[in-house]
Design a protein around this ligand. Structure first.
Ligand code: GAP
Length: 423
């Protein structure tokens, strides 16, 4: 099995990610997150929000609607230009993205392909209560436009001044020609984006572009992503989106090759000009700000953090997820499930820790098996209540990565884990 197959199998087996609508044969490009997957994704989003909204004075948050007035997408240029080049096999009629196939040959049957034509990625929906009155709208193709259409609302309702940013996390939808590589290219996915507004000067925009590019790379590294698996790649002229004057990707070295993880874009005054929006500073000077954007995929982050964390050591499978991202922070076990006094004490410890942390309980099988099961889902610490506990109110804490064990007093446990998690 290659690494992608191992991650796919583990994700399903342990409740991280399931194929969407699986009992009806699935639905290409759609995925469901299980009990552990939703925790991983929530932890990624929580850390992202903390680093941008809570730790910075110059960034505020937003949660805009998924469906907007269709005029938004006409004005933003997406109806016209949010396209990928599509080719179709003349023999089997399978469709592909022209830039992902080689030598004009169908990857499925070897047949000849048609000339590329533009294929719009926006997903159409119909809104209204009567057949005649139904209006065509779009599921948002990027979460970004919700920020721009609220630019004036945010400026008018807060005390924020340029330079400032608006952060948003939410679902986006693209009718991708070929979804694939597990969740990497989905038709429904989540984005976490910062739109950072600066004065309309190329030098200032360039300075902030470099700042945000490095800040975003360092954020991934601070959460355990290996430096050697990350790199920057600047877009060539022909691959840049219609709104970007400059674009660089943070790429991840995935098993299927270096792949886009997050895009950093200089959108200049493209969007605010299109929406006819301006900013007035304290001196009454009016201008159209430029925008530096950082746009990351939550699903790609979840997939790449899983790939980056996957380790095999002898017969152990370990997800070495950063403790801040791990679904469960701690697992609590009674040494023996059939000793009432051990189970009672362990339930007390479990109940106490659950007040502040997401904690697992396990009393099946032997301790070794329980450790292995927790390693495989990335739980950083396991707590065992044994016979010594009943005498001295201490427990064994076992570390996932080193397997080292130490004894910690029950009344110090919560503080012990909080200290470890604050690093
Ligand atoms: N607002 C700018 C924007 O949307 P993008 O480069 O098209 O830029 C940003 O997308 C990020 O969204 C990508 O770097 C990727 O992480 C994520 N993303 C884009 N398309 C995706 C898809 N089909 N499936 C999963 N994630 C996707």
């Amino acid at each position: 099995m290659d690494l992608m197959e191992k991650i796919f199998a583990l994700a399903k087996r342990r409740g991280f990610i399931y194929p969407g609508s699986e009992i009806y044969g699935g639905f290409s490009g759609f995925w469901d997150y299980g009990p552990l997957g939703v925790e991983l994704k929530n932890n990624i989003k929580k850390e992202w929000w903390k680093s941008l909204v809570y730790e910075r004075e110059d960034v505020v948050g937003l949660d805009s609607a998924i469906i907007m007035n269709p005029k938004v997408w006409e004005v933003s240029g997406h109806v016209e230009a949010f396209t990928d080049p599509l080719v179709e096999c003349k023999a089997c009629h399978h469709r592909f993205r022209a830039d992902k196939v080689e030598a004009n040959v169908c990857p499925d049957c070897g047949g000849k392909l048609t000339e590329p034509k533009k294929f719009n990625l926006l997903t159409e929906v119909y809104v209204g209560t009567t057949e005649e009155g139904k209006e065509k709208a779009y599921l948002r193709g990027e979460i970004t436009q919700g920020v721009f259409v609220n630019f004036k609302n945010v400026v008018d309702s807060t005390r924020i001044k340029i330079p400032f940013g608006i952060a948003q996390i939410g679902k986006a939808f693209r009718n991708e020609i070929t979804a694939g590589n597990f969740t990497f290219r989905s038709r429904e996915f989540e984005q976490m984006e910062l739109e950072y507004f600066v004065e309309p000067e190329a030098k200032e925009a360039e300075r902030m572009f470099e700042f945000w590019k490095n800040a975003r790379l360092n954020w991934y590294i601070s959460l355990g992503m290996s430096k050697i698996n990350l790199r920057f790649r600047e877009h060539e002229d022909k691959e840049r989106a219609h709104y970007a004057a400059k674009a660089e990707d943070i790429e991840y070295k995935a098993p299927f090759g270096w792949s886009e993880f997050e895009g950093i874009h200089n959108r200049t005054d493209y969007d605010l000009t299109k929406h006819n929006l301006k900013y007035k500073d304290d001196q009454g000077k009016e201008y159209t700000p430029w925008v530096i954007e950082t746009s990351g995929g939550v699903d790609r982050a979840a997939l790449f953090f899983l790939l980056n964390a996957y380790h095999e050591e002898k017969e152990r499978i370990i997800l070495k997820l950063h403790p801040k991202l791990a679904p469960y922070k701690v697992a609590v076990f009674p040494l023996l499930a059939n000793k009432e006094e051990l189970v009672k004490k362990a339930r007390e410890v479990y109940g106490g820790l659950r007040k502040d942390l997401f904690v697992a309980w396990d009393d099946r099988g032997n301790i070794g098996k329980r450790y292995f099961a927790q390693d495989e889902i990335g739980t950083p610490w396991c707590v065992t209540v044994d016979f010594t506990t009943l005498g001295d109110e201490t427990v064994t804490v076992r570390d996932r990565d080193s397997t080292k064990q130490e004894r910690v007093a029950i009344d110090k446990l919560a503080e012990y884990f909080q200290n470890k998690l604050s690093i």
